[in-house]
Design a protein around this ligand. Structure first.
Ligand SMILES: Cc1cc2nc3c(=O)[nH]c(=O)nc-3n(C[C@H](O)[C@H](O)[C@H](O)COP(=O)(O)O)c2cc1C
Length: 188
């Protein structure tokens, strides 16, 4: 919990693409959590791209790596967002998740005891489903609690945002709100 007494929700995800849909949906979940009283920190695609490849034999850490590890260490909740890439989650997100091996020896190891919201955007429903399922397995492996509501967006069939950048699809907006509510309920 932050010094302010508010819950801290850490988002990570997105791609190199400008206006990455997975990044924007994670940000929408964080914004919904903020409306429910949280504060948030986001590690977006460009931030994840600055992380060196995780090397289990090299204990040196860049300031960017330290920042991500410390943020997750102190988070009350996490939101992970990825595009579906070849039926699974992206290498960019995977590299960030692998770095969290640094939390293995913590009393609260990895995501232990914390809710984890999962966001997936993909060009088809099959990719949405397989990637959501894969990320849920990852969160389980890392002792986290995936929220029952996962947010999946089919980037071919759905138009989540309007031209102003606002979340425009009511079904996606409802899923975002529902996931944020579950995150905040569990974090409490
Ligand atoms: C390398 C690559 C692999 C992809 N593989 C899949 C896939 O297996 N299934 C799918 O539905 N979409 C696939 N896509 C489409 C992306 O998941 C989709 O465009 C997504 O919305 C991109 O997310 P972003 O807007 O955050 O960059 C792939 C895209 C790329 C670039």
């Amino acid at each position: 919990m932050a010094a302010t007494g508010r819950k801290t929700v850490v988002g990570l995800g997105g791609t190199f693409r400008q206006a990455s849909s997975s990044e924007r949906i994670v940000r929408a979940v964080l914004a919904a959590c903020e409306r429910l009283g949280a504060e948030s920190v986001m590690f977006d695609g460009p931030a994840l791209a600055r992380l060196p490849h995780y090397n289990p034999e090299d204990p040196a850490r860049t300031p960017e790596q330290q920042a991500l590890v410390e943020a997750i260490r102190h988070a009350d909740a996490i939101v992970i967002g990825s595009p579906g890439y070849h039926g699974g989650y992206s290498g960019l997100v995977k590299n960030a998740v692998d770095l969290l091996e640094d939390l293995r020896a913590d009393t609260r190891a990895y995501f232990d005891g914390r809710p984890v919201g999962i966001v997936v955007t993909a060009a088809g429903w099959q990719g949405c489903g397989t990637t959501l399922s894969a990320l849920r397995d990852v969160v389980h492996a890392m002792r986290g609690w995936p929220t029952p509501v996962g947010v999946t967006v089919n980037s071919v069939e759905q138009r989540p945002f309007d031209e102003t950048g606002a979340l425009a699809d009511p079904r996606i907006a409802a899923a975002v709100e529902a996931q944020a509510a579950q995150i905040m309920q569990f974090a409490a």
